[in-house]
Design a protein around this ligand. Sequence first.
Ligand code: THG
Length: 367
Amino acid sequence: MFSISPSARLRRSPFFASTVDEGVTSFTVYNQMLMPTGYGHPEEEYWRIINDVSLWDVAVERQVELKGPDAGKLAQILSPRDLTRCVEGQGKYVALCNHMGTLINDPILLKLADDRYWLSIADSNILFWARAISAERRFDVEVTEPDVSPLAVQGPKAEDVVASVFGEWIRDLKYFWFKETEIEGIPVAVARSGWSKQGGFEIYLMDGSKGVALWDLLREAGKPWGIGPGNPNGCERIESGLLSWGGDTDDRTNPFEVRMGRYVDLDVPDDVVGIQALRRIKASGPERHQLGVALEGEEAMAAPFDWAEIRKDSRPIGHMTNGVWSYRLSQNIGFALVSVAAVPGDRVEVVRDGKPVPGTLQSLPFI
Ligand code: THG
């Protein structure tokens, strides 16, 4: 095995020491930071999310703050989702596209005030992008990376744990909505969100020096519900059909191809970045779409799938962008980015190590 050399370029999370204490065994790199990807017991960690409650260091979901008189204008210019009805305390899942209509990130947008927004970003540099677009449009807005680090509490018992710490009011939070508060002197925003379909919250820590304190607090409070460490889970998210930008997308993927068409409002103003291209793509119809693919075979296949070629009637029709052994379905499943001519129910072959593996296209989500 090898290790990753420490470096100032490879930033660590405020929860890093806690994850090491918990026995973290693997990391990935995301937004130039280390993110835990396992604690040595993959199946146990999976069932903890499905049945109980799991604590995730997702500080890599960095915030890009837009602040100033033109913050709202900039948010709308960056996103082809209509934000006119987005109010303070509300979050929305948005597509960010470039001028060609290519999806360049899929953040959650949080509106903190009329003149202050966060983009809680996936793995691409939106700080550079937002600054460039803002400068070109001569907007009066400051674009910065604030000291904010999300910690996710996910699973069916997450609500009980978070209520026991922050109070019963959190039960009334609507999906993607959030509220700023404080716990034992730790400033946070509590949101109902998270990259799983098992329910849960994200606690946005607003003081990086208090990461271990926040981790300990939730870890202790969660004991009666069997809380333990986890991370954005490859198996759960594929079963649930959650998109991983950069994993399931390439440099020509548009929102319509990956089930994000409902976040594109074609009648947003003409100066929204990418909207003209998106209207053209919508009119002519996207070339590819995202489906599920389930493979035959009783054994877990090794990751990564790395965009394995998919063939139908011996002809290439697209790629299997990821894959995982599903503990609930007991088969290898993944996402397929394939020609729109291919539909659920089609029999296909996925090429793994030069060998065709038979499978079937399905609609998403799997579960
Ligand atoms: N939480 C926070 N920041 C994030 C993520 C997160 N930044 C990076 C990444 N995840 C952004 N991507 C997603 C992808 C999917 C969802 C959220 C963020 C998601 N999707 C649901 C779905 O597709 O079914 C719900 C969408 C909806 O109802 O609008 O939750 O997880 N802070």
